[in-house]
Design a protein around this ligand. Structure first.
Ligand code: DQA
Length: 147
């Protein structure tokens, strides 16, 4: 069974209530139940925190074999945090960066990610389905096209 750690950063505890026109009206907890039901072959652990250092602590905890991959939505820290970049570089498990919104279609300050270069890949703009697409990437037995 694959073990996946989802980590959500600041303000993502407010999903469902926060700017529904941008982030939708579903809570993450409800979505997580749907995801777990759709992927019984995975163990999906979930952590959310609004504090940068707590996200780093969780990345360290998960990043040395406690899971097979991390799906990370770092929220606004995506655009500001060298410390998160370094934490992702420091660990051994792959990290997929996800965003609910299409950050490239929004304000210019969201066009820069300080963490993308440390991540395996980036999925953005598919609503909550961005998490499922990241899970699919992790679960794919083999890439259909090899680089
Ligand atoms: C976000 C995009 C970020 O720019 C923003 O600060 C968030 C959420 C997203 O999932 O679309 O908090 O990461």
């Amino acid at each position: 069974m694959k073990k996946i750690q989802i980590i959500n950063g600041p303000n993502l505890n407010l999903l469902g209530k926060r700017e529904p026109a941008v982030y939708g009206s579903a809570s993450f907890e409800g979505y997580l139940e749907t995801l777990r039901t759709a992927y019984p072959q995975c163990r999906i652990d979930y952590f959310q925190n609004n504090v940068e250092g707590e996200l780093i602590n969780k990345i360290h905890e998960a990043g040395f074999g406690a899971c097979d991959a991390i799906i990370l939505n770092a929220g606004a820290y995506t655009h500001t945090s060298v410390a998160l970049h370094d934490a992702i570089k420091a660990i051994q498990v792959p990290v997929i960066e996800v965003h609910i919104s299409n950050v490239h279609a929004r304000e210019a300050f969201r066009h820069v990610s300080l963490i993308s270069a440390a991540c395996l890949g980036v999925i953005a703009g598919f609503g909550l389905d961005s998490y499922r697409l990241a899970l699919e990437a992790i679960m794919a037995p083999e890439p259909i096209i090899k680089h």
